[in-house]
Design a protein around this ligand. Structure first.
Ligand SMILES: C[S@@+](CC[C@H](N)C(=O)[O-])C[C@H]1O[C@@H](n2cnc3c(N)ncnc32)[C@H](O)[C@@H]1O
Length: 370
């Protein structure tokens, strides 16, 4: 494998943090938190157009499956899940999570890094999930390519990854506290709590993680490399994976031509470039939308004006943080609201040769008809 040594170096650094606090662990301590976690997964699946009935008897591979709560959701709906996870502490927790739910038979754990297994294993599954993993690895796009290039026809892939526009506000937060703390983990924690309490409150309330876990995973973590939408799309396209759905959506809202017309695949970034440039600006600046208010007035010119103003402000702040000449007052725009998109989700399917097979079958069918 190319750059194996460098990859393992980064992995070790990341695992050093994750061995202290398993980042994926959700405190499903009582019925309220269990229900909240479950509802969030349902919302995600609905958003991505994946009905839970799909998981029945499916074989799912979760790369970087962490502590297994997400795998548990799939298993609950009848899937058999295999987790590849190098952190032995997380593997132990995952085992416990499944045992407590009487679903132990539905889980198989491979306690290894995905760099250290034969990736041909991917072909044995119906669906591959890689949630929140790739941006914590060395060269995320190379790793996405490694996974996608091992897929076979009709397999589905779900990835959640940091996209650089949707992540900009969080990255600015991270860079600001790292500079103030001179990269000292204790001090990073202090500055996050001091400067971004609203974000911490949201992250712990909605994401069901504790403060320490959020700080370690999002601010102290030495490897957090988002990728541009363009590179993500190109990596899917190159591997002949077609777009099924995503959050946020890539689908062009304006399309009214009949569904039967051929459409360019949404992973063709080059084709949709100008539209995507507009989407990227929205993802970069979003954070305080009030849907009900927007729907009442729906003034697209006003929305675009606001987006352009915020983009300018953010890019100015980016420069100030880069040069380390920012004040606390400058950080106002990355203090309030929900800090952009966070993780982007993409669902794709490996393009298949079924069309050819269908035509072959049809030939025989015609013979019978005549
Ligand atoms: C932020 S956590 C996400 C966990 C889980 N997928 C989730 O969404 O809750 C990232 C996970 O990726 C795992 N990871 C990091 N490098 C990896 C590698 N080379 N192979 C497999 N997993 C890896 C980490 O140990 C960690 O469990």
């Amino acid at each position: 494998m190319k750059n194996y040594k460098k990859r393992k170096e980064i992995e070790d650094k990341v695992l050093k943090i994750y061995r202290k606090v398993s980042p994926s662990h959700r405190n499903l301590i009582n019925d309220k938190t269990k229900k909240q976690f479950f509802n969030q997964r349902l919302n995600l699946m609905n958003t991505l157009g994946l009905p839970v009935s799909f998981f029945e008897n499916k074989k799912i591979l979760e790369i970087g499956g962490g502590t297994g709560e997400k795998a548990l959701f799939y298993a609950f709906y009848g899937a058999n899940v295999t987790i590849i996870e190098p952190n032995e502490n997380s593997c132990k927790i995952a085992k416990g999570v499944f045992a407590k739910s009487n679903l132990a038979k539905k889980l198989r754990i491979i306690n290894k890094s995905f760099y250290d297994i034969d990736l041909k294993i991917i072909k044995k599954f119906d669906m591959i999930c890689v949630e929140g993993v790739l941006h914590h690895t060395f060269n995320p796009m190379e790793n996405l390519d490694l996974i996608l290039s091992n897929m076979k026809d009709n397999q589905i892939i779900l990835i959640a990854i940091g996209e650089s526009h949707g992540m900009l506000k969080r990255e600015l937060q991270k860079e600001a506290v790292t500079k103030l703390a001179k990269n000292e983990p204790e001090l990073i924690s202090h500055f996050v709590k001091k400067l971004f309490p609203e974000h911490l409150k949201r992250a712990t309330r909605f994401d069901l993680r504790n403060v320490e876990s959020v700080i370690q995973d999002n601010y102290v973590n030495p490897q957090d490399e988002s990728s541009d939408l363009e590179n993500i799309c190109n990596t899917f396209s190159k591997n002949k994976i077609s777009y099924l759905s995503s959050y946020p959506k890539l689908d062009f809202f304006y399309i009214t031509s009949p569904w039967s017309h051929e459409r360019e695949d949404y992973f063709n970034y080059k084709f949709y470039r100008n539209y995507y440039k507009f989407l990227e600006k929205i993802w970069m600046t979003c954070g305080e939308e009030k849907i009900s208010k927007m729907m009442k007035t729906f003034n697209i010119e006003h929305i675009i004006k606001e987006i352009n103003i915020d983009q300018k402000k953010l890019l100015k702040l980016k420069q100030k943080i880069k040069k380390n000449i920012f004040t606390e007052q400058d950080l106002g725009i990355i203090k309030k609201g929900y800090m952009g998109i966070g993780l982007h989700y993409f669902v794709g399917v490996k393009q298949n040769s079924d069309k050819k097979r269908f035509v072959e079958k049809l030939k025989k069918y015609k013979k019978i008809e005549n």
